[in-house]
Design a protein around this ligand. Sequence first.
Ligand code: ZN
Ligand code: ZN
Length: 346
Amino acid sequence: MLALTYRGPGELVVEERAYPEPGPGEAVLSVGGCGLCGTDLRIAAGGHRAYVDAEGRVPGHEIAGRIIAAGSGADVEEGAAAFVAPNIGCGRCRSCRSGRVNLCETPQALGITRDGGFAEQVVLGADLIEQGNVLPVPGEVDLSALALAEPLACALRGSDACSIQPGDVVVIVGAGPIGLMHLLVAALASPALILLSEPSPARRAEADRFGADRVVDPEAEDLAAVVAEISSGRGADVVITAAPVGAVQALALEIAAPGGRVNFFGGLPRDRSRVELDTNLIHYGELLVTGTTANTNEDCRRAVDLITTGRIDTGALIGARIPLAEADRAFEVARSGEVIKVVVEP
Ligand SMILES: [Zn+2]
Ligand SMILES: [Zn+2]
């Protein structure tokens, strides 16, 4: 089978490999679609911690496909279409026991610490199956749209932390694929208004197309002034930062309304994660400032549900579907930022 393999910084190579056989408790998934995201670009460039010593590993963690083989005792249905939640906890640490597999002390994940979805087939380990990471879906589905349940689950987790209420003013900073997913998730809560701030004209156009009530170019307009104007001077009830910029986090506190909820969704580059914040804004405004990272299986289950019931159309976010043999081109297109989301279809 074909598999995109990491051979060192800047060296992702499509290679021929043996088709996998499932061991006891394991299963094999034929990959229908695997989303490409910033994490994969970081892996390709050699900038991902888990790939320091990962010669021969296959990236790809936004995975959907069909179960084509099950080993003895594996509790999966052969032939079923399924989304696979990528994060696998140890199951024993305190985080895992409280359902926060994303915070496991010894985390494993498909496409990160194990071979992932940029391959024709991927092995689903017994631990992954036992922990409920395989989420089967009935009927005919667009597997590439289903694969985007992974980033959608991340956005859901961040949005949940802000408990958006009907009537809220919501500000999302950054209209990349994740910012747009935040827009779609926020809209489900019927806020009064959703504003997206984004310097790229192409991304602002997408934010418009996906139903943002107000789109701001932060380089041409004063975001704080716009937020004050649309909220009668109160500020934003919810601010979600989906951009890897420290100044945005500082600004988020300044534009939040009293009692506002803030989610630092996007992480910052490791060497630029110290930011000066006016903590009096948190204190006197009783702001709730949260951080979320990755997702749990339950977040994924809810994301799959939103997609299969048609409440969120992740298919509309896909700008390019590229076969695995042309993985180079897929990474080029993703790097260019010309389309919202690239999915590799093995
Ligand atoms: Zn991703
Ligand atoms: Zn654990």
